[in-house]
Design a binder for this molecule. Structure first.
Ligand code: AMP
Ligand code: MG
Length: 320
């Protein structure tokens, strides 16, 4: 049965409740349809990656209702505030440092210290943000590798069985993804072209904007992931496929019968990959402590979400 419902107050209220329970809802924005989940809920964010079938954890855009809500989660530099005042609500995403200890799931940032924030202009998206009282992770609502959906029925075809409901707000007015600009360095850098042009932003900022050498949506395969994004890696060496633990090592376990270890966290004692994805970054960080010599990681099956988990663990274990 189709999950498409009209984006009226009754259904937006229902959708907001589903989001608060950790379920996924597809909602219209002015750019494309988003696959929304509570950005403070690790399990909901893991469910987004699972639904999209992404082979790696690319960071997700977090949608918020206002500039002041954005400031709760990100450190907004004067340039960020200038761009936000001019272009929000609208198709501009700002990549900024995460506020330390902010409530956002580490998984939305793929473990990094930055976060991508946007205030969408679409009235349905705005209403959903207000009624759910949650920041919403919202990548495009298409299976990984497929084109972004601009109507509710596109979403239904690709992800209909993965969401609680699809709010139908008609076709998206812009139809291309938001512009993504990084304000992490002194010089603002365009990461993805979109609804707002470099020239428009440069004019507002009164300065030039660097264009990242390879722009495009990582997910669309236009460039190799990891080129633009500096991935989080622990300071301590990471050893994969561990069956036992060496003295001094901490264990990142998976499944019901881990070997004995003095310092151990279990990604999922029941072997649930969604739970493991939800715990991955927080547990890696917690085990990355000065009193351990390394982190031994038990094997995680390379299926479903396990593919993205293994991708990230392999990067964390790569020689540096
Ligand atoms: P989508 O999830 O389809 O809306 O695409 C999100 C885009 O934003 C991708 O191109 C991501 O690489 C980019 N993005 C999201 N968060 C970050 C971040 N923290 N740093 C750099 N790029 C980001
Ligand atoms: Mg996308």
């Amino acid at each position: 049965m189709s999950k498409i419902v009209p984006a009226d107050l009754k259904h937006i209220t229902e959708a907001a409740k589903a989001l608060q329970r950790g379920e996924l809802v597809s909602f219209p924005t002015e750019t494309v349809y988003g696959l929304g989940g509570d950005a403070t809920n690790d399990r909901a964010v893991a469910a987004i990656y699972e639904a999209k079938g992404r082979p790696s954890f690319n960071p997700l855009i977090v949608h918020v209702g206002s500039l002041s809500a954005a400031a709760e989660y990100g450190d907004l530099s004067p340039a960020a505030v200038t761009l936000a005042r001019k272009f929000w609500p609208g198709p501009l995403t700002l990549v900024v440092p995460r506020r330390p200890k902010c409530r956002l799931s580490l998984l939305v940032s793929a473990g990094m210290d930055s976060v991508a924030l946007r205030v969408p202009a679409h009235p349905t998206a705005q209403a959903l943000l207000m009624l759910s009282e949650r920041p919403l992770a919202g990548p495009s609502a298409n299976p990984s590798g497929r084109i972004s959906p601009t109507t509710a029925s596109h979403v239904d075809e690709g992800l209909g069985d993965k969401v609680a409901m699809i709010l139908d707000g008609g076709p998206c007015s812009i139809g291309v993804e938001s512009t993504v600009i990084s304000l992490l360095d002194e010089t603002p850098t365009l990461l993805r072209p979109g609804g707002i042009t470099v020239e428009e932003m440069a004019a507002v900022l009164g300065r030039t904007i660097e264009v990242a050498p390879q722009v495009g949506d990582i997910e669309a395969g236009l460039h190799g992931p990891g080129r633009l994004l500096s991935h989080y890696a622990p300071d301590r060496p990471v050893r994969l496929n561990a069956a036992s633990v060496a003295p001094g090592e901490a264990l990142l376990a998976f499944g019901p019968n881990p070997p004995q270890a003095k310092i151990m966290l279990n990604l999922s004692a029941t072997g649930d990959l969604k739970e493991a994805a939800a715990n991955l970054f927080a547990m890696l960080r917690e085990l990355d402590r000065p009193d351990v010599t390394g982190i031994a990681v038990m094997p995680v099956p390379a299926e479903g979400l396990g593919i993205a988990i293994n991708d990230r663990l392999t990067r964390a274990a790569a020689p540096r």
